[in-house]
Design a protein around this ligand. Structure first.
Ligand code: TYM
Length: 335
């Protein structure tokens, strides 16, 4: 790469029409703070999305929309490499090679595979099973130092490290060993469902009130947070066992920048009704300028196209170096 800053890689699946507040607070918002200090590469990982059946037109639309959401959230196209995963064929090439250096037993232990298999019993495809290997390829192709993700991706990242160690132990130092960069508890590492605060907020949740989308209308955001499940104590504090209130305090602190301790002081004596209303309003206010920027970007498809085309070119040239080295190491004739 052009300078000696450390390398960051991360990505989000374009598997819905908008990212969730969990994706935003657990990942994208942290990415924006890293873009000056690191060489950042952010991908819209469309190849991961097809491990669950997608409608083709919707996937195309959601992929472009996700790129616009990255930029609307403050990821600057001039500072970072932004690209669509399927545009850089080295991801699929490296994933195949790494599949041959990954054990079935390792993949069998992945909790996300178990969860998704339960959710989609009619389509437990091989891609869903080997998905963490594609994720390892994404990361290792760019000699990534740090991977900023929510806590749910920790196990996948550990597998990527194990695969890299294994490959390096056979062939010498081919891959940089990546480190996870996970926000602290209370700083968005795991935003919980509004309806079941012991489960993570997820775009695939069948209950529309469980999840806030980045592009939800302000009134819908306020309404969903007003209905959030809390507890019967009526005391706003951050404490073990108060999952619903802890989650709302985390969300409030993340969008306002006020620490959780200060937020607790601010709401001391408030009832849950007032607390939820203020959290809802704070989230809506935070998202309004992002939504406005998103709407403007989606009117300018040529601009978005120029970003992803340029991003794919730069990403391909970086990835090419690693994939060629790997091919030589395993014994392929490199043309
Ligand atoms: P995905 O698309 O499920 O989620 C994208 C990012 O959002 C984080 N996240 C959350 N953080 C906090 N609270 C939540 N409720 C929440 N839900 C999601 C995720 O941890 C993630 O950081 N396999 C990845 C995508 C991927 C990837 C990569 C990430 C593919 N290749 C390489 C990093 C590096 C995934 O499915 O994320």
């Amino acid at each position: 790469m052009i300078n000696d800053k450390q390398i960051i890689f991360s990505g989000i699946q374009p598997s819905g029409d908008s990212v969730t507040l969990g994706n935003y607070l657990g990942a994208i918002k942290h990415w924006t703070k890293l873009q000056d200090e690191y060489n950042c590469i952010f991908s819209v990982v469309d190849m991961h999305a097809i491990t669950v059946r997608q409608e083709a037109a919707a996937l195309r639309k959601n992929t472009l929309s996700l790129l616009a959401q990255y930029i609307a959230c403050g990821i600057e196209s001039e500072k970072n490499i932004l690209f669509i995963q399927s545009h850089v064929s080295a991801h699929a090439e490296l994933a195949w090679i790494l599949n041959c250096y990954t054990q079935m037993g390792e993949l069998n232990r992945m909790t996300q595979f178990k969860d998704k298999s339960k959710k989609h019993p009619e389509n437990i495809n091989a891609g869903l099973f080997t998905y963490p290997v594609l994720m390892a390829a994404d990361i290792l192709l760019y000699q990534t130092d740090l991977v900023p993700v929510g806590v749910d991706q920790k196990q996948h990242l550990e597998l990527a490290r194990d695969i890299a160690h294994r490959f390096n132990s056979i062939y010498g130092d081919v891959f940089t060993i990546p480190e996870a960069y996970i926000p602290e508890k209370g700083a968005g590492a795991k935003i919980m469902s509004l309806q079941n605060p012991t489960a993570k907020m997820s775009k695939s949740d069948p209950n529309p009130n469980a999840c806030i989308s980045l592009l939800d209308k302000p009134e819908d955001i306020v309404r969903k947070i007003k209905r959030a499940v809390t507890d019967s104590e009526a005391e706003v504090c951050y404490r073990e066992g108060k999952d619903g209130v802890n989650n709302l305090l985390t969300i409030y602190s993340s969008v306002t920048g006020i620490s959780i301790d200060d937020a607790v002081k601010e709401f001391s004596g408030s009832g849950y009704g007032d607390f939820k209303l203020r959290v809802g309003e704070a989230v809506a206010e935070h998202l309004i300028p992002i939504q406005k920027k998103y709407d403007d970007l989606m009117k300018n498809k040529d601009y978005l196209e120029s970003i992803y085309k340029n991003g794919a070119e730069v990403a391909s040239s970086v990835a090419r170096r690693t994939i060629n080295k790997v091919k030589k190491k395993v014994g392929f004739i490199v043309g």
